[in-house]
Ligand binder design. Structure first.
Ligand SMILES: NC(=O)C1=CN([C@@H]2O[C@H](COP(=O)(O)OP(=O)(O)OC[C@H]3O[C@@H](n4cnc5c(N)ncnc54)[C@H](OP(=O)(O)O)[C@@H]3O)[C@@H](O)[C@H]2O)C=CC1
Ligand SMILES: CC(=O)[C@H](N)C(=O)O
Length: 268
């Protein structure tokens, strides 16, 4: 068996949707693959398809990232296999129901998958990649990270976590050759909508992107060196203006006085 010079990309949530397309595209770019999701049957199907159309080595690990022991196995694997050079943190679930109509236990499970599992896998990968002299982590966030009013609020908040965490990772670890990209897709035509209790039929077709187009645009953004990629945003200057406004706030977010509008007398 020969091994890829690009190394191995681990893709979570690779049995369907966006993750399965990442797996396909990364294989075509020369990566070997480790595909992770709960359904062994669907993973095998994706692996067979990719192995049949590329030269890459594909292995699969059935794991429920909401299960502590399964998650621990994947963390261990990231640390143990020196050939792993990329992690795509894609596994995630969403919701569309407003707070008063959503089940708090389901919200907790969403937080555990979208935040806790992603965080633990990132720790494992970041430590390993820095020790190995470099690597890439792609975090799949969402447009709702900056528009939490659109879908279920807990879902939006989990994706805002992914965006904030990624910005911080980039600041802390870019000089250690850890490449971070965070991707903010809009509505994508996948099973996500059935799982979250929503329907793509409620959206105008011009708001829905196919997962192939999403992943191809996101990987083009990676090639262009983007930290934040918003695959459907027509004018990237709009993101840069948003980011510049955020940066402008930073020096004034922690000061020893409150401004005149709050009417607090300044001590003599
Ligand atoms: N579709 C959309 O409109 C958008 C999606 N996203 C994000 O993209 C990512 C992928 O979603 P998408 O492809 O659309 O959705 P899909 O439902 O099509 O795919 C989700 C994937 O995650 C896996 N998965 C779900 N739960 C677990 C778990 N507990 N442990 C391990 N794997 C799990 C599923 O496999 P299995 O069931 O076999 O475990 C599947 O492979 C998510 O993070 C989502 O939030 C972001 C913006 C838009
Ligand atoms: C922005 C969207 O519509 C999307 N479904 C998401 O997961 O955030």
């Amino acid at each position: 068996m020969t091994y890829s010079k690009m190394g191995i990309a681990m893709v979570t949530g690779a049995s369907a949707g966006i993750g399965a397309i990442y797996a396909d595209r990364l294989a075509r770019r020369g990566y070997d693959l480790i595909l992770v999701a709960r359904s062994q049957e669907r993973l095998d199907e994706v692996a067979r398809r990719i192995a049949g159309s590329t030269n890459c080595n594909v292995s699969t690990v059935a794991a429920d990232l909401n299960d502590k022991a399964d998650l621990g196995r994947i963390e261990t694997l990231l640390g143990a296999d020196p050939a792993i050079t990329m992690l795509v943190n894609n596994a995630g679930i969403g919701g569309v129901a407003p707070l008063l109509e959503s089940d708090v236990n389901k919200m907790q499970a969403m937080i555990e998958l979208n935040i806790t599992a992603l965080t633990r896998l990132t720790y494992a990968a970041a430590r390993a990649f820095v020790a190995r002299g470099g690597g890439t982590i792609i975090n799949i966030s969402s447009a709702v990270a900056i528009a939490p009013e659109i879908l279920n609020g807990v879902y939006g908040a989990t994706k805002a976590f992914v965006l904030a965490f990624s910005l911080s990772l980039h600041k802390e670890l870019a000089d250690k050759k850890l490449r971070i990209q965070v991707v903010l897709p809009g509505a994508i035509a996948t099973n996500f909508w059935d799982v979250s209790g929503g329907s793509l039929d409620d959206l105008p077709s011009k708001a829905i992107m196919q997962s192939d187009d999403l992943v191809d645009a996101a990987l083009a953004g990676l090639d262009q060196g983007e930290l934040v990629t918003i695959p459907s945003l027509p004018d990237v200057a709009d993101w840069h203006a948003y980011e510049a406004a955020r940066q402008k706030l930073i020096p004034n977010l922690s000061l020893n006085t409150s401004p005149a509008r709050y009417g607090i007398a300044v001590a003599a």
